[in-house]
Design a protein around this ligand. Sequence first.
Ligand SMILES: Nc1ncnc2c1ncn2[C@@H]1O[C@H](COP(=O)(O)OP(=O)(O)OP(=O)(O)O)[C@@H](O)[C@H]1O
Ligand SMILES: Cc1ncc(COP(=O)(O)O)c(N)n1
Length: 258
Amino acid sequence: MKKVLSIAGSDCSGGAGIQADIKTITAHKMYAMSAITALTAQNTTGVYGVIDTPPEFVGQQLDCIMNDIFPDSVKIGMVSSPLIIEKIVGKLIEYKPRNIVVDPVMISTSGNRLLSEDAMDALINKLIPLATVITPNLAEAECLSEMEIHTKEDMQKAALKLSGFYDGNILIKGGHLKSTADDLLYSNGEFIWFTGIKIDNPNAHGTGCTLSSAIACNLANGLDIKTSIQQAKNYITGALKAGLDLGKGSGPLNHHYR
Ligand SMILES: Nc1ncnc2c1ncn2[C@@H]1O[C@H](COP(=O)(O)OP(=O)(O)OP(=O)(O)O)[C@@H](O)[C@H]1O
Ligand SMILES: Cc1ncc(COP(=O)(O)O)c(N)n1
């Protein structure tokens, strides 16, 4: 059985973060592990509280995992502070796991900051360089590339700007485009589009977490980056189409639709 590690924050309401990751990994019939970087008190309507895990304890979780059940791939989500990022980076350099998917989570769908402003530098200069693939959404890609993104052409320009400081695979997610849900991969100088029809579903809490975990699962299975993303895109499309409707706000996906 392939083993996939999620390093992310807990979403007590089960839609995003560690909980979405574990559901996704389990739906891919793989063994899920988690190193929890923060506890959040949130639900489908918003994030009401955050307690960061002490960086030393994040490191201790990673030691326990890496020394016992070594992961075939790692997905990294919410990492709120520079010290937590530095601890994770130190452990990744020490244990050298393969297939690292970095979802640079910054702000939740409900508009709450999940990455402190002073963590940006560590994210860009320390964590992202270790990634096999990064998966920013439009707002995160705007922040990383320091340009506005409104169109698919803008997505290509932003990917080129990002490739100026990161030479791995860049997936800019287009879930927040106006009329399509097309994601762009920039890999080895090539643009590859993963097109998607925009599904009319207001319940999209945790789509980013779910997509990045699904990519990590596919990489763990030995698939190449393009196939890993295409299959993850198919998975997220199905989970959205299934039309689960829970909670009073932007509800979670149906991870078990298959
Ligand atoms: N309404 C939609 N219809 C079809 N696909 C969608 C829709 N919304 C998001 N997606 C897809 O879901 C994946 C995640 O994209 P999105 O841009 O929503 O990421 P995100 O903003 O990080 O997610 P999150 O809501 O978890 O923050 C992408 O593959 C995107 O194309
Ligand atoms: C712990 C945690 N990690 C990530 C997200 C982002 O997901 P979304 O943008 O769907 O709120 C979140 N809300 N909570």
